[in-house]
Design a protein around this ligand. Structure first.
Ligand code: ATP
Length: 516
């Protein structure tokens, strides 16, 4: 546990030290759960967004992208159910005065049991060696089966109590499990209460005529209210999708996990409109398709898993999360939800405007159903960043810190160094940059010994370092060093573009979606 915490601390300090993520308004001691992306972070975030957008919008003939406003007519949130039901159950500890999400306290409890299962698996894998079959072990080992049953029973009860709004039972569950406040160890809890997560604000100058607005808590509603406009102007036929990336705001009760849970964050959502009755096929399709997108980045299949929801949101008839192994354990990274015709029907009811599709094949009107894929850009950033940060033991006994970002996402693709700051080497290095910069983000660095410059770029996640030396002036060749293997090659300057392109080209990374 301590080492997990240490690892997470390292991730946070590395993100700051290398210009990825800063606390918002740091000079005023920051603002809780709000963060700014710095020079490298903004690039990494942009690249993740582009990787998603291309996979969704460019590679699917029947998906288009929009950019709706953050402010929406307040009735939107009445219709969507957010005013009445976008709540989290909160509980306070009377001794420490700390506030928690009641469901998260219970889930953290089951996560601890899960760690015990993982420990058993590790032990058994060691004992049985090559003959170890994980599936069989999980299905037959009595201790593991008992642990799993305990987890399932707890989560089922939690799901049911939340679904039935039985908050007294959620408290009872916390008491029965003897869950203590992680800060103080006290088990002296208040009752569980519902807390609405939407931020309110006002539109208009004078107090009496001002209109109460909400900052959108999800981007999805901007897609629903535009559904018919987009369908008609784009002459789209069902099934089709509308994608969008943008900011969303939630007044999270507990926000102590860096950019995992923020009060202002960015979502990448796609709503796929389908014929009623076909939900389960499309739901399975998008689950599989989204997992392929994740796997294409090569961050290890072991780091992902599906988690089917016990408690369904007010709009859904099926829902699953893609969970990722963050430094603090497996947690939700993306949600895939079968939202039925809930949203469109509600907007139709509240607006009095028809939101129906005319199906020419069937010659009839209907309100389509929707399968949604929804991923937090910041959570994806944290997944990529934390998974990439590694400490490597080198053959000479030293260690190096290397940020093994998937090359396609790296903020800077290459750094160009003159071996020394004289003899025309800086000039040639700048000439190389002037040529490469039209295709890639490249930077110049002449400070310190070359070995230190390599280390700096390793820690920054730059896939290539190019060193210009005296020989370069004579034969127009340079040394190119690969971040992950640390191998160096002598190549012609004219070959550089091709070598870098091969590793960072978005097309070849995206094509891996078809190979995983
Ligand atoms: P959680 O259970 O972690 O609060 P959620 O189930 O409420 O998340 P959704 O409403 O399904 O999340 O939102 C879709 C995605 O948006 C999530 O999978 C997550 O990646 C991202 N997301 C949600 N809330 C936040 C937040 N506060 N900060 C950063 N990302 C978030």
């Amino acid at each position: 546990m301590a080492s997990q915490e240490d690892l997470f601390k390292k991730v946070i300090s590395h993100a700051k030290e290398y210009g990825y993520v800063f606390q918002s308004s740091e000079i005023y001691d920051g603002l809780s759960a709000v963060y700014d992306y710095a020079q490298n972070g903004a690039e990494l975030k942009k690249n993740i967004r582009e990787y998603w957008w291309k996979a969704m919008v460019q590679l699917n003939e029947n998906i288009v992208g929009i950019d709706a406003a953050i402010f929406m007519h307040p009735t939107t949130w009445k219709a969507s159910g957010h005013v009445d039901a976008f709540n989290d159950p909160l509980i306070d500890n009377k001794d420490s005065k700390k506030r928690y999400r009641a469901d998260v306290l219970v889930e953290d409890y089951t996560a601890k049991i899960e760690t015990k299962i993982e420990r058993e698996v590790k032990k058994a894998a060691k004992r049985f060696g090559d003959a170890f079959n994980k599936e069989e072990f999980l299905a037959t080992n009595q201790r593991v089966k008992d642990y799993q049953e305990k987890i399932d029973t707890i989560l089922k009860r939690l799901g049911q109590s939340l679904e039935n709004e039985d908050l007294a039972d959620v408290k009872k569950l916390i008491e029965e499990l003897e869950i203590a406040c992680p800060m103080s160890g006290s088990k002296n809890w208040t009752d569980v209460k519902q807390f609405n997560l939407m931020f309110g604000t006002k539109l208009g100058a004078s107090a009496d005529s001002a209109m109460d607005l909400y900052l959108r808590p999800e981007t999805a509603q901007g897609i629903f209210v535009n559904f018919l406009n987009v369908q008609k102007t784009g002459r789209l036929k069902i099934p089709f999708g509308i994608a969008q990336t943008g900011k969303a705001f939630r007044n999270e009760i507990v926000a102590r996990q860096f950019i995992f849970r923020m009060r202002e964050f960015e979502q990448m959502e796609m709503q796929f409109f389908i014929k009623p009755g076909t939900q389960s096929d499309w739901y399975e399709y998008w689950k599989e398709h989204r997992m392929k997108w994740h796997l294409s980045l090569g961050m290890g299949a072991d780091n992902y898993r599906f988690h089917d929801h016990e408690k369904l949101a007010h709009y859904a008839d099926a829902a699953a999360d893609i969970e990722f192994r963050f430094p603090f354990g497996f947690k939700e990274l993306e949600g895939i939800h079968s939202r039925t015709d809930f949203d469109l029907s509600k907007h139709q009811e509240f607006s009095g405007k028809k939101l129906q599709y005319f199906d020419t094949d069937e010659s009839k009107n209907y309100v389509p159903c929707v399968v949604e894929t929804s991923i937090g850009l910041d959570r994806m950033f944290l997944a990529v960043f934390s998974n990439s940060l590694q400490e490597e033991e080198l053959e000479n006994g030293t260690t190096r810190t290397v940020l093994k970002l998937p090359a396609v996402l790296a903020p800077t693709k290459a750094a160009v160094f003159p071996l020394v700051k004289k003899d025309g080497l800086p000039e040639l290095a700048h000439e190389i940059i002037d040529d490469l910069k039209w295709d890639f983000n490249v930077i110049y660095d002449q400070k310190d010994a070359v070995g230190r410059r390599y280390r700096r770029q390793d820690a920054n996640g730059t896939p290539f370092c190019i060193t210009v030396d005296h020989q370069s002036l004579e034969d127009q060749t340079v040394t190119i060093r690969h971040r992950d293997t640390m191998q160096q090659q002598r190549v012609a300057i004219s070959e550089l573009k091709g070598i870098i392109h091969k590793e960072v080209d978005m097309k070849s990374w995206l094509m891996r979606m078809n190979q995983v």
